[in-house]
Design a protein around this ligand. Structure first.
Ligand code: HEC
Length: 102
C-alpha cells in the first residue's frame, strides 16, 4: 500500500507538471490569434467570427477542420504552417475556440 501511494503521488506530480509545462490553447490564442480575433470576433471580416454559429455555417466546427483551416486560411489571415504552429498547439487552440466562443 505504501508503495502504491508513492507511485500515485509521483504520477500526480508528473501530470501536474505536464499540464503546466506546455502552452494551453488559450495561451496560443492570445499570442497568435487575438490580434485579429478579439473575443472570438473578426476585425477584418466581420461575418467570419469564431462563434459556434459562424463556424458551423462554414463547416469549421471540429478540431480537425479548424487545424486544416489554420494551415490554409482564407484571404487576409496569417498562414500557420507546422513550423509556425506545431500540431499539438494547433489542436489545443482549436479545442479552446470550440469551447470558448459559443
Ligand atoms: C492578421 C489577422 C489574423 C490573424 C492573426 C488570425 N486570423 Fe483568423 N481570420 C482572419 C481573416 C481576415 C479571416 C477571414 C478570411 C476569409 O475571408 O475567408 C479569418 C478567419 C478565420 C476563421 C474562419 C471563421 C469563419 O467563421 O469562417 C477561423 C476558424 C480563424 N480565422 C482562426 C484563426 C486562428 C485559430 C488564428 C490563430 C492561430 C487566427 N485565425 C489568426 C484574420 C486573422
Amino acid at each position: 500500500m505504501k508503495r502504491f501511494t508513492t507511485v500515485a503521488a509521483a504520477l500526480a506530480t508528473v501530470t501536474l507538471f505536464a499540464a503546466t509545462a506546455f502552452a494551453s490553447g488559450e495561451d496560443v490564442f492570445k499570442a497568435k490569434c487575438m490580434a485579429c480575433h478579439p473575443n472570438g470576433g473578426n476585425i477584418m471580416k466581420k461575418e467570419k467570427t469564431l462563434s459556434g454559429k459562424d463556424l458551423a455555417a462554414n463547416k469549421l466546427n471540429t478540431t480537425k477542420a479548424l487545424v486544416k483551416y489554420m494551415r490554409n486560411p482564407g484571404p487576409g489571415m496569417t498562414k500557420f504552417d507546422a513550423k509556425a504552429l506545431p500540431e499539438k498547439d494547433a489542436k489545443a487552440v482549436a479545442e479552446y475556440i470550440l469551447k470558448a466562443f459559443k
